[in-house]
Design a protein around this ligand. Structure first.
Ligand code: HSE
Length: 326
C-alpha cells in the first residue's frame, strides 16, 4: 500500500464534498488502487461550521504555509475559489514540488499558461477535472482517449445553477429569484452567483475546454458572453409554445481558415434535441472529433459530491502515475 498525504486549501461546500467522497470510499479506493490517501492538513478559517464529516480539529490550520511547506504533503487540493490568493497558493505549491488539484475554473482560465508552465518547470502535475462539468470526466477524455482526434466543435451546457433556474422556471413555474435561492441552498451556485447568472462561469469553463481541445488560448474575457438575467418567464413560455427550450449554451467551432469562433449565451433550442433534455444541475458536453465523430458527455455539473468525485479522481490519477509515490 502506498501512502499519500494531501493538503486541502478551503473546506466550504466542495471541500466538504471532497472530504466526504474520500471518507465514504477510502477502503474501496485503497482496494482498487493500492493507494492509502489521507487529507492530513486543512486550511480553513470557519472551523466551527457544521459539516457532515468527521474532521479532527488538529487537522485545521489558518496558516497556508502549514500546507504549502509541509514536506510530508505530496498533493495540494485548492478549493478556495476566486483568483487570489488561490493562484499564488497553487504556484507556491507547484514550486515546492507538490502536485496540485483544483476545481477553480476562474483561476485556471485566467492563469492557464502560467500554471501549466510552472507545473512543467517543476516536474509536477496540475489537474482540474472538477473545474469543467463537475463530475463529468470530460478533461480526462480530452487529454487521453481523444488525443487521436482533431476537435472540430463543442456545444455544451456547462453551468448547473443557471440550468437549474431555467428548468425550474419552465417546468415548475418558479420565479427566477426563488429558483436561484434553491440553487444556492443546494450548493450549486458560486459564492457570488453573479458569475453563474451573467455567464462568466461558463466563459471560464469554455476557455479551459478550448485550450485543452483546440490547443488555442482564448481568455474568458475575449469570449462574447451573455447570461440569463434578461430571460423572463414570458420568454420561456413563448419558447415552449414554439416547441423549444431556453438553455445557456457554450459553443466553440474550428474556423475554416484557422482559429476558433466561440460564444456563450441563452438559446431557444428544439425541445426534442439532446441538449434540451438536460435538466436542473445536470450538464452536457457535445463534442465532434474528426475521427470519432459525435460524442455526448452527461452528468451532474455542480454539487459537493459530484465535484468531490472529480477532485478525488484527479488525486488518484496523480497517485497512480507520479513517480513521487512509487
Ligand atoms: N456554480 C457552478 C455551477 C459550480 O453552477 O455550475 C460548478 O462549476
Amino acid at each position: 500500500m502506498r501512502h499519500i498525504n494531501v493538503g486541502l486549501l478551503g473546506m466550504g461546500n466542495i471541500g466538504t464534498g471532497t472530504y466526504k467522497t474520500l471518507e465514504m470510499n477510502k477502503e474501496c479506493i485503497a482496494r482498487n488502487t493500492g493507494l492509502d490517501i489521507t487529507i492530513s492538513r486543512i486550511l480553513e478559517k470557519d472551523v466551527l461550521r457544521e459539516r457532515d464529516v468527521t474532521v479532527d480539529m488538529s487537522q485545521f490550520t489558518q496558516n497556508p504555509d502549514d500546507v504549502l511547506n509541509d514536506p510530508s504533503i505530496g498533493i495540494v487540493i485548492e478549493l478556495l475559489g476566486g483568483i487570489e490568493p488561490a493562484t499564488s497558493f497553487m504556484l507556491a505549491a507547484l514550486r515546492n514540488g507538490k502536485h496540485v488539484v483544483t476545481a477553480n475554473k476562474a483561476a485556471v482560465a485566467k492563469n492557464y499558461s502560467q500554471l501549466m508552465k510552472t507545473a512543467r518547470d517543476n516536474g509536477v502535475m496540475i489537474r482540474f477535472e472538477a473545474a469543467v462539468g463537475g463530475g463529468i470526466p470530460i478533461l480526462n477524455a480530452l487529454t487521453s482517449q481523444l488525443l487521436s482526434n482533431k476537435c472540430m466543435e463543442i456545444l455544451g451546457i456547462l453551468n448547473g445553477t443557471t440550468n437549474y433556474i431555467l428548468t425550474q422556471m419552465a417546468q415548475n413555474g418558479l420565479a427566477y429569484e426563488d429558483a436561484l435561492k434553491d440553487a444556492q441552498a443546494k450548493g450549486f451556485a458560486e459564492a457570488d452567483p453573479t458569475a453563474d447568472v451573467e455567464g462568466h462561469d461558463v466563459a471560464n469553463k469554455l476557455s479551459i475546454l478550448i485550450s485543452m481541445s483546440f490547443g488555442e488560448r482564448i481568455p474568458p474575457e475575449d469570449i462574447p458572453t451573455v447570461g440569463i438575467t434578461g430571460i423572463s418567464m414570458a420568454d420561456i413560455e413563448k419558447a415552449s409554445a414554439e416547441g423549444k427550450k431556453i438553455k445557456l449554451i457554450a459553443q466553440a467551432k474550428r474556423k475554416e481558415g484557422g482559429g476558433v469562433e466561440c460564444s456563450v449565451g441563452p438559446m431557444a433550442i428544439p425541445a426534442d434535441s439532446p441538449l434540451a433534455g438536460v435538466n436542473n444541475e445536470f450538464n452536457a458536453i457535445y463534442i465532434v472529433g474528426n475521427a470519432v465523430g459525435e460524442l455526448m458527455f452527461y452528468g451532474k455539473g455542480a454539487g459537493p459530491l459530484p465535484t468531490g468525485s472529480a477532485v478525488m479522481g484527479d488525486v488518484i490519477e496523480i497517485g497512480l502515475t507520479s513517480a513521487m509515490f512509487r
